[in-house]
Design a protein. Structure first.
Ligand SMILES: Nc1ncnc2c1ncn2[C@@H]1O[C@H](COP(=O)(O)OP(=O)(O)O)[C@@H](O)[C@H]1O
Ligand SMILES: [Mg+2]
Length: 404
């Protein structure tokens, strides 16, 4: 035996230290890793829980690599932010750590390239897609495409810049709106799908694809396309959920994702057609990592993600689970006049609440994810009960927060 040998904790670097990354930081600490994190915001919440941090912009690949090298990290990952995906892949490549191939990270970043790849590999039921930039002749294109279409930034997130177009004459404005929301000035046009929205969360370990869960999603009414909540289980028929799972696996193979988390949005039509509409090579946002997968599937997803990143053996064992539903704290314009004691609310309704509400705070009508004030997480025996429980708490907040 190695009596007296000092066991060195592996060092994990988490790219980003905001609200959702903080759950991963806390988890990694609990698991006994030495936790490092970087974020441009000197007040990032995750800094409080990490062992070491650097105030570094997470899109600055070289600066993040320098931090990683100086601290001799053993693994790197990002969670719930698209901005960290390339940087994590870059550091992994440069330091020879487990990670997503850099070329794959680059491909995933562009919605049009992803769509093209899925189409060429017959992964799902999607048809037309076009990419436009500032020089594209949109009038010409407008007469060629089949309406209705969805126009969105090629590199968007949180549903910013996305809009539906029904007529040729409205295409130009929608393209401008989407390009304005893109850091690369690029927009994608694709067939508008009428269906219900679902999500899929997957972890790729040594090239092996593990679909951890298919989630039902609730969205705002048009013209906004923002997430209002999730649940496990879904309302899908068994065979349709199985088809969705197969599409997810095929998409990941077609895109050659070799490592880590993959979060997808899908639209599924009444007749069971599956359309993959959005892919991120990172953990999903909106409490998917900390609550939805562990509560709904019994898998300690964030722990598995971290183990995977540092090259430890990954535990995907299934523990107790039940139905789970989340609701975004999404409101109309208003000022928060009253903040109830959240512990009491949690106790009274039997839910968990995660929020950044403050008394006197101005709340914007919920149009994109950025307008959300937090989450209600409800567990119950059935999907219906869980959803109703979460909705009840949301109704309570709508009433109590904005009283004059
Ligand atoms: N082709 C489409 N047809 C219908 N709705 C769509 C389509 N593409 C996107 N949407 C809606 O817009 C939302 C945002 O689009 P998405 O591609 O997921 O962008 P983001 O990266 O901002 O999440 C989706 O969740 C969905 O509700
Ligand atoms: Mg999306």
């Amino acid at each position: 035996s190695n009596d007296g040998e000092v066991i060195k904790m592996k060092k994990v670097l988490i790219i980003g230290a905001g609200f959702l990354q903080d759950f991963v930081i806390v988890k990694a600490k609990q698991m006994g890793y030495e936790v490092h994190t970087v974020d441009a915001d000197p007040n990032a919440v995750g800094f409080q829980h990490a062992d070491h941090y650097g105030v570094v912009n997470i899109v600055d690949e070289k600066a993040c690599l320098e931090y990683a090298r100086e601290n001799k990290i053993d693994g790197v990952l990002t969670a719930a932010t698209d901005y960290g995906v390339l940087t994590a892949a870059y550091i992994a490549r440069e330091m020879g750590l487990p990670g997503l191939k850099y070329e794959v990270a680059q491909l995933i970043k562009n919605k049009y390239q992803v769509r093209k790849c899925l189409f060429e590999n017959h992964v799902d039921d999607t048809e037309q897609a076009y990419e436009v930039h500032r020089d594209t002749n949109i009038e010409e294109l407008a007469n060629k495409i089949v309406y209705p279409v969805m126009v969105k930034p090629c590199d968007g997130s949180g549903s910013r810049g996305a809009s539906r177009v029904d007529k040729a004459k409205d295409l130009k404005e929608a393209c401008k709106y989407a390009m304005d929301g893109s850091i690369t000035d690029r927009a994608e046009i694709e067939t508008f799908i009428v269906g219900k929205e679902y999500g899929a969360e997957t972890l790729v370990i040594n090239g092996e694809v593990h679909v951890l869960g298919i989630m039902q999603k609730w969205m705002t009414n048009p013209p906004y396309y923002a997430e209002l909540g999730h649940s496990i289980p879904t309302d899908l028929k068994k065979e349709v959920e199985a088809k969705a799972k197969k599409c997810v696996e095929n998409a990941i193979k077609a895109l050659a994702v070799n490592f880590g988390s993959v979060n997808m949005d899908m639209l599924i039509t009444e007749d069971g057609k599956v359309y993959i509409i959005d892919i991120g090579a990172r953990m999903g946002g909106n409490m998917i990592g900390p609550c939805i997968i562990p509560y709904g599937k019994g898998i300690d997803y964030m722990a598995a993600m971290i183990q995977n990143a540092v090259g430890d053996s990954v535990d995907l064992s299934v523990k107790d689970h039940c139905a789970v539903a989340t609701k975004l704290l999404a409101f109309k314009d208003g000022i928060v006049t009253k903040l109830p004691d959240m512990n009491k609310v949690e106790e009274k309704f039997g839910v968990e609440i995660y929020h950044h509400l403050k008394k006197g705070m101005k709340v914007n009508e919920y149009h994109t994810n950025l307008d959300g004030c937090g989450y209600i997480v409800a567990r119950a025996n059935t999907q219906k009960e869980a959803v109703e429980k979460a909705e009840k708490v949301l109704d309570y907040f709508k009433e109590v927060l904005f009283e004059d």
